[in-house]
Design a protein around this ligand. Sequence first.
Ligand code: G6P
Length: 505
Amino acid sequence: MIVSNRLPVDHVSGEGEDAVWRPSPGGLVAALEPMMKREDGVWIGWVGIADAEFEPFEADGIDIKPVALSAQDVEYYYEGFSNDTLWPLYHDVIAPPSFHREWWEAYVQVNRRFADAALESAAPGAVVWVHDYQLQLVPKMLRDARPDLVIGFFDHIPFPAYGIYAQLPWRKQVVEGLLGADVIGFQRLGDAGNFARAVRRLLGYETRGAVIEVPLDHDEGVGHRHVKTNRRGARVRTVLAKQFPISIDAQRYQDLASQPDIQARARQIREELGNPTTIMLGVDRLDYTKGIGHRLKAYGELLRDQSIDVEDVTLVQVASPSRERVETYKQLRDEVELTVSRINGDYSTISHTAISYLHQGYPREEMVALYLAADVMLVTALRDGMNLVAKEYVASRIDNDGVLVLSEFTGASDEMKQALLVNPHDIEGLKNAMVRAIEMPKRERSRRMRALRKRVLTHDVQRWSATFFDALTHVTHEDDFGAHETPHNPQLARSVPGSEGPAES
Ligand code: G6P
């Protein structure tokens, strides 16, 4: 059973029996589809529309169980607590998080609704995999009601350093919520380390390597998995908290990039842009974590300094609409669009536009054509759990060409070392990397791209989900004691702000 805020299908039209659905573009469904079909899986999630009630239905062999959210739930739980409290907090407070008690109440209530929907359908010993920051309380809600369940959780976004996490007024409840899982997956080693540290600071539990020991009361633990007596003779339940970096359905991108019609579309895009020598591309949800402003600033300065010429170089920026009713997103849109207009006003010519700005989402086919057309891909996120766009670009480049400029603040940068790694806050460094990417000789481009492609094609989303399930259904967590230098590595401990102190509880 999968529990995620959004379902793997989008509502197209109609109600009740007449409702029409289309698969949503995410990679998660591609990874889990075969297993969900084989095991009669159920997917629980919100359809993405307020006040809409839908009966369970089947889509492509997967049972879908919609959870309804009222307009107020959407405002308080989704736009409020999830995307105006947790999202900015977990992305290192790039935007200030808002803390409102009513939003927290709604978050608890909606998490309860998702948990209840899962409990209704869960067979004895069922495997339930809960996803992302919107549903962090669900694992404990499930465990309290049904200790027989095998519960996994995957955090798709960063888990912040304790000094930042500690701002959350409900920090203890959230950590306790997550600890209801048997396995908690993170994108990066550092995220797992930050989580283990929050557990030690807030709850005083012992952590050894990737294993967290959750103490059990005398009468607790009957029917629980992973119960043992620890070194001090206390009865504990062990929870595995470690990194499982997510990926994409790489083969699918490679296949699309091999299609003649998509290759023809890539050539057409180049022509329509006036056949520039270099096309640079940015593809993001319009989100303040993506560093779109930093990218535009660097590009604008290169044009101003005459390091590049608008006749030779052009930038295509796809910024897909996102969370448009949240104030910080409205402000970001205004800022980005003002900057784009200024740069275009200052540097475009009648025949050459400096920035083609597209505030739209596109089908996967069009995205692959854009990736094939782009000589340089710019991923300049200020903080990003993984960044799958970087992996999509690489998987699409079956010609072993193209240069990836990648922020070191993305999870992807842990694996994609052959990219040109940048600190997007360092505008001079970013400008230099852009020029280097534009001027990079073919041999070097090809050497780097081959290495990047090898990594992405072998570490795809199928491997990610299989590795997670393997850990989840593994009998014991013993193998992971000390296997990961998460919390006990003194260097790592030094790299996170705040100091280790006594537990609060
Ligand atoms: C990020 C989150 C996902 C979320 C997606 C789109 O990738 O990790 O959980 O679904 O953004 O955001 P939205 O608010 O539209 O679901």
